[in-house]
Design a protein around this ligand. Structure first.
Ligand code: GDP
Ligand code: MG
Length: 177
């Protein structure tokens, strides 16, 4: 078997989704930086990062999938979502059109993902407050209506990145544990 799976209690799959350029890959490398493990799979256009997290007395291995840019062409396949228990749905607070796309990504998540998928809506690039085009309250309100979790982050300044991933992972843990 896979050496990754031997010393953990649970293995979760989660996905990153959202328009191109919103910061998905930078969020993932921030989160995964300590035990960084990025396996490039160019043939299927997907990358994975793993991180082990201790929740209570259990070790959870979070397997987080990142796109390899195919979101640019709206060409994410259903296999990307298959089996995912969580998602970070990311927009860029300085580009309103990326926020307008959130609805479309949510539809795709709900169509192809697990029924009880834990979704965290993430407004990234909060370090660029002077160029803000989406108010925090707006993202938060949308998330509440759609029963998503919400967080504003900065991958650049490492603000709330750990919190966003951990919120997703601990909620998944509570659902499945
Ligand atoms: P992806 O296409 O969603 O994977 O986005 P990337 O992670 O490749 O980031 C796109 C661009 O946004 C890059 O130039 C990053 O340096 C920049 N970027 C990502 N996160 C942040 C952030 O939190 N703040 C700022 N200012 N720039 C960011
Ligand atoms: Mg990327």
């Amino acid at each position: 078997g896979d050496a990754f799976d031997e010393d953990c209690d649970y293995l979760f799959k989660a996905v990153l989704i959202g328009d191109s350029g919103v910061g998905k890959s930078n969020l993932l490398s921030r989160f995964a930086k300590d035990e960084f493990r990025l396996d490039s799979k160019p043939t299927i256009g997907v990358e994975f990062a793993y991180r082990n997290i201790k929740v209570a007395d259990k070790i959870i291995k979070a397997q987080i999938w990142d796109t390899a840019g195919q979101e640019r062409f709206r060409a994410i396949t259903s296999s990307y979502y298959r089996g995912a228990l969580g998602a970070l749905l990311v927009y860029d607070i300085t580009r309103r059109e990326t926020y307008e796309s959130v609805r479309k990504w949510l539809q795709e998540l709900r169509e192809f993902g697990s029924e009880h998928m834990v979704v965290v809506l993430v407004g990234n690039k909060c370090d660029l407050g002077q160029s803000r085009e989406v108010e925090k309250e707006e993202g938060k309100g949308f998330a509440e209506n759609e029963r998503l979790f919400f967080m504003e982050t900065s991958a650049l300044q490492n603000v709330n990145v750990e919190e966003a991933f951990m919120q997703m992972i601990t909620k998944i843990h509570h659902q499945t544990g």
